[in-house]
Design a protein around this ligand. Sequence first.
Ligand SMILES: Nc1nc2c(c(=O)[nH]1)N(C=O)[C@@H](CNc1ccc(C(=O)N[C@@H](CCC(=O)O)C(=O)O)cc1)CN2
Length: 476
Amino acid sequence: MLPRHHEPIVAIATAPGRGAVGIVRLSGQGLAALHEPLTGRALQPRHAHYGPLRGADGAALDHGLALWFPAPHSYTGEDVLELHAHGGPVVLQLLLQRCLQAAAEPDPRTGRARLAGLRLAQPGEFTERAFLNGKLDLAQAEAVADLIDASTEAAARSAARSLGGAFSQAVQALRDDLVHLRMLVEATLDFPEEDIDFIHQADAAGQLTALLRRVDEVLARTRQGALLREGMHVVIAGQPNAGKSSLLNALAGAELAIVTPIAGTTRDVVQQAIQIEGVPLHVIDTAGLREGEGVDEVERIGIARAWQRIEGADAVLFVHDLTRRHDAAYQTADAAIAARLQKVLAANVPVIDVWNKADAAPDAPACGDHGDHGVVLSASTGAGLDALRQRLLRTVGWQGQTAEGLYSARQRHVQALQRVRAHLLAAQAELDSPAPALELLAEELRLAHDALGTITGAFGADDLLGEIFSRFCIGK
Ligand SMILES: Nc1nc2c(c(=O)[nH]1)N(C=O)[C@@H](CNc1ccc(C(=O)N[C@@H](CCC(=O)O)C(=O)O)cc1)CN2
C-alpha cells in the first residue's frame, strides 16, 4: 500500500457555488492512465486542450479544458491533471465522481484498476505535497493560505511576497550565518589544543553579535508581518457613558472599512474589524465597568464578559469622560478600574488613556496626543481621532513601512525567532564568561539552528504539519 502522502488525490479546486469556470484537480502518480477515459485523447504536457470531458458512457458531461503537468513540473511536484469545466456545482460534482469511477474501472489491457487508490483530497493536501516534494518551504506554504485569506490589500501583497520567498530568504540568510558560526565552534571542539584561541582569532564573539543584530531586524519585520495577517485585539473599556461606543463608531465609520459587526451572545460585547493604514485591528467595545449598588444581574454578566475581553486584549483603550473630570466619585471609580487593569493585564499589554468628550468640557486640554497622559479627543466631532489612530499604530508596533518592503508571517514564526534569539543570547553569555564551556556554546547554537529550521520546515514535527495544513480549504 502507498503511504498516505503518495496516494493519488482529487478535489474541486475552485470555490463552492456557481462560477464562470470550475476546476477539478488531480495529483499523484500514474494519472496518464486517466487521460483517455476522461478526455478521449492523450494529453500533451503543459498544453491546454479543449474538448469533451467525458462521462462513463463516453458522452460529454461538459466541454472544457484539460491540462496535463507530468511530474515533477507541477504545483505539487507530482503528476497533476486539471479539468477546467463550467463552474456549476452539479457539473463539477459529476466530474469529480467520474474521476473516481474512471480510476477504479479495469484497464482494458491489464484488467487491473486504471489508477488504484484515487481518493478525495484532505484540506490543504495539494499544498502539503508541494511542501513534501520541495516545491515550497513551510513558510511559503503558509503564505498560500494567507494570500487566500488576506482581508486587506497590504495583507495580500505581503503574502504574495512571502510566497515568492522573501521571508524564507531572510531566514535562510540567518541560517547560513549560524551554520558558519557552528562550524567554527565544532571545529574548535574537534581540535582541543587550539581551543579558545581559535574562537578568538576568528572573532566568534563579533560574529555572534552581528548575527543577533540581524535576528533582531528579521524579528521586527516578522512581527510586522504577523500583525498584518492577524490584526490586533484592541479592547475599549471604561465606565458607563464614557463614550466607548461612539469611539468605536468613530474609529470604524471614518475608515469605512467595517467588515462585519459581530454582536456578542448578549448585547454586551460588540466587535468590529477596522483597518488603519492597511493594518487590521479588531476593536472590541465592552459594557461599562461599574460596581456597587444598582447593578442588576444582566449588567453584572456584561461586566464579567468585559473583564474577560480585557484579559485577552493586545491593547486597551481606557476611555474617560472629560466632563466628569472634577467629579470625585467618578475619579475614584476610574482609579479602581485602573488598579484592576494593572492587575489583570500582562506588563507588555499597553493601556492608552483616552479622554473623550473634549467638545463638551469647557476646560478640556487641546485635542491630540499628550504622551503619558493619554490622548484627548471628541468621538462626536472627530477631533483628536487621528492622533489616537497614530498612537494605536505605534502602540501595536507598526513602524509604517509600505507593503512593498513587508512579507507576511505568523505568530508561530515570531515565537520561533524569539527562541532563536534566546539561544543566541545564552551562547553569547557563555562566550563572554571567564571560562566558556565550548560544549554548552555548541549546544545553544544547535538549538538556535533547530528553532530557525521550524520556520521553513527544514526541522519540524509531523503534528506541526497537520496543524498547518488542516486549516486550508479543500482543493488547495
Ligand atoms: N489552473 C491553475 N491555476 C493556478 C494554480 C493551479 O494549480 N492551477 N496554482 C496553484 O494552486 C497557482 C499557481 N501555482 C503553480 C505553481 C507551479 C506550477 C508549475 O507548473 N510548476 C512547474 C513548472 C514551472 C515553470 O514552468 O517554470 C515546476 O515547478 O516545475 C503551476 C502552478 C495559481 N493558479
